[in-house]
Ligand binder design. Structure first.
Ligand SMILES: Cc1ncc(COP(=O)(O)O)c(C=O)c1O
Length: 319
């Protein structure tokens, strides 16, 4: 589709999200009190909030332009993107089908409970090999068609080059809110959030903290950027830190629990165990290692995800 034929993003959410100074957290991790801000993309407004809403404004517009009656997407059982897809579908008067990786748990907690409250249908793929997930998505899409509907499939994590334009919008907000910012630190899952920020702010100012959601985050990011205006950035300049993956995506990484306590006890802000706690642990490690220097103006992007805490196996170990 030519760029001028792309639909405008739909009006969902509350913008711009606030930026708050975080003086006590700054001092606790070794920065001056006036050098750290938190961009509150956990407060985007619809369906419990979070970063995925910015991307769904774009994919939702594409879905409506295609005449969709149901949104279909995929993810881990505690996917925040899946929860927000269900909420956006409800807001747009569409159905939603979430194809989730793994076995259906006996008790549906956290995001899974919210998915059901929002009216989503859940389909489980016990063996989450990519081709099995693809086949189940196609089966569900056919089921929607057989019922006379029009399915619209949103990729894993909501990340496409078009959807990542939602994070170009976030970068534009940041340029006005924190003039002269040196670093934005963000969790990396399916990559669209970081891609949009890099396309807007350049690769030298954006640091992604990998969560282990995809096997090759650098290649994933490179592919997303390749389809974006402003995205032609040398791959070697992309900054993805792999130091917080721990034993894997679904586990409570060693630094994450400490980061959750620190944000809550210094600023009264709750993080999620999978994404934002890893991102803050990564930020603190970058300060400790000298990559982020005390005079640098640094933004921690809070991308939401708190419902996932209430379905996370690490929850009992936090208190
Ligand atoms: C709370 C939260 N933060 C960050 C991310 C990472 O965003 P992206 O998938 O665009 O890399 C996700 C993705 O699932 C998320 O749910």
């Amino acid at each position: 589709m030519p760029a001028d034929a792309l639909p405008a993003p739909i009006e969902l959410g509350t913008w711009p999200t606030p930026v708050e100074p975080a003086p006590r957290l700054a001092v606790a991790i070794g920065l001056p009190a006036d050098a750290l801000w938190i961009k509150r993309d956990d407060l985007t407004g619809l369906g419990g909030g979070g970063n995925k809403l910015r991307k769904l404004r774009y994919t939702g517009a594409q879905a409506l332009a295609a005449g969709a009656t149901a949104l279909i997407t995929t993810g881990a059982p505690q996917s925040n993107h899946a929860r927000l897809t269900a909420a956006v579908a409800a807001r747009l008067g569409l159905g939603s089908v979430l194809v989730l990786e793994g076995e259906r748990p006996g008790v549906l907690q956290g995001n899974l409970a919210l998915d059901l409250v929002a009216g989503a249908e859940l389909a489980w793929v016990a063996d989450p090999a990519p081709d099995r997930v693809r086949r189940e998505v196609e089966r569900q899409a056919q089921r929607v068609r057989d019922g006379g509907g029009v399915p619209y499939v949103i990729p894993f994590g909501g990340s496409s080059s078009f959807a990542a334009l939602g994070y170009v919008d976030c970068g534009t907000e940041l340029l006005a809110q924190v003039p002269g910012l040196d670093h934005v630190v963000v969790a990396f899952g399916s990559g669209g959030t970081m891609a949009g920020l890099v396309a807007c702010l350049g690769s030298e100012r954006v640091i992604g903290i990998d969560t282990g959601a995809v096997p090759d985050p650098r290649a994933t990011l490179d592919a997303l950027l390749g389809g974006m205006p402003g995205g032609h950035v040398p791959r070697a300049t992309l900054q993805i830190d792999g130091g917080q993956v721990g034993a894997g995506y679904a586990t409570l990484a060693p630094g994450a629990a400490a980061a959750m306590r620190l944000a809550a006890r210094t600023e009264g802000i709750f993080l999620d165990p999978t994404y934002t706690a890893r991102a803050l642990a990564g930020l603190a490690a970058l300060v400790a290692g000298g990559r982020i220097k005390p005079g640098d103006r640094t933004v921690f992007l809070h991308t939401g995800g708190l419902p996932g805490l209430f379905g996370h196996p690490g929850l009992p170990h936090l208190t």
